[in-house]
Write a protein that binds this ligand. Structure first.
Ligand SMILES: Nc1ncnc2c1ncn2[C@@H]1O[C@H](COP(=O)(O)OP(=O)(O)OP(=O)(O)O)[C@@H](O)[C@H]1O
Ligand SMILES: [Mg+2]
Length: 228
């Protein structure tokens, strides 16, 4: 059997991006981006508002087709094998998308059902996920009463319901106070260490990119798109 993941210097590559470009008319939102992310790595994309971070994530998660270039996610080509990509990833979008009128538990249950988690596995899965993001005490609380940081942590848990290999987080800490940002970071670290997840996240905070750098991950330290 041929391994799906490409190998570079003995390291398996979870994401390979080769010249990925997105144009909206004549406007270039993402301009020939190249990078690779190793399996089990936390990889950061740093860029200011409008740099093209979300557009890049949308291409990698098969929500919008690239204009040019190619990318493989978990060994699957984003153009030719969208289902293969989708089955391997969890996506936590920039906007908060949990339902404020449901409890934390109910939000996770809906996703477990949507992703076909068998009924007899759901209770334990939800308990484990809430524990992983430190929200056990709030399982039965309405999400509408949560702080931004708590909602973000719940959404990270929701992105893990179907045990993806790769997690995409679009600006997981934007708009959070410093304590909540630290909590979210601790969560991301813990998840990566305990489950060997590959994590690609975006940020516009320099200090977060520095932290990634310090961890020997590879931030993109410049805007990734430009106007022509
Ligand atoms: N569907 C679209 N049609 C036209 N232009 C778009 C579309 N989507 C994004 N853009 C433009 O592409 C550029 C990059 O947008 P994108 O949302 O990817 O940036 P971003 O880095 O995620 O910004 P932010 O930090 O504000 O979230 C922006 O100038 C945006 O206006
Ligand atoms: Mg964005």
């Amino acid at each position: 059997m041929v391994p799906l993941l490409a190998e570079k210097d003995g390291v398996m590559l979870a994401i390979e991006v080769d010249g990925l470009t997105k144009r909206f008319g004549t406007f270039v939102a993402v301009d020939h981006v190249h990078f690779t992310v190793e399996e089990g790595e936390i990889f950061g994309l740093l860029g200011p508002n409008g740099a093209g971070k979300t557009t890049l994530i949308r291409m990698l998660t098969t929500l919008t087709p690239p204009t040019e270039g190619s990318a493989r996610v978990a060994g699957h080509d984003v153009r030719r094998d969208a289902d293969g990509v989708r089955n391997s990833i969890g996506v936590i979008p920039q906007a908060l998308t949990s339902d404020p009128e449901l409890t934390a538990e109910e939000n996770l249950l809906i996703h477990a059902k949507l992703y076909g988690v068998p009924a007899n596995r759901r209770t334990k899965l939800i308990r484990d996920l809430l524990e992983a993001v430190d929200l056990t005490r709030f399982a039965k609380a309405l999400v509408g009463t949560f702080s931004g940081g708590m909602r973000r942590r719940l959404e990270i848990a929701r992105g893990l319901v179907h045990s993806p290999k790769i997690l995409f987080l679009d600006e997981p800490t934007t708009g959070l106070d410093p304590v909540s940002r630290t909590n979210v970071w601790e969560m991301i670290d813990k998840l990566q260490e305990s489950s060997h997840l590959t994590i690609l996240l975006t940020t516009h905070y320099m200090d977060e990119a520095d932290k990634l750098w310090w961890r020997r991950s590879l931030p993109m330290s410049r805007p990734i798109g430009k106007r022509r």
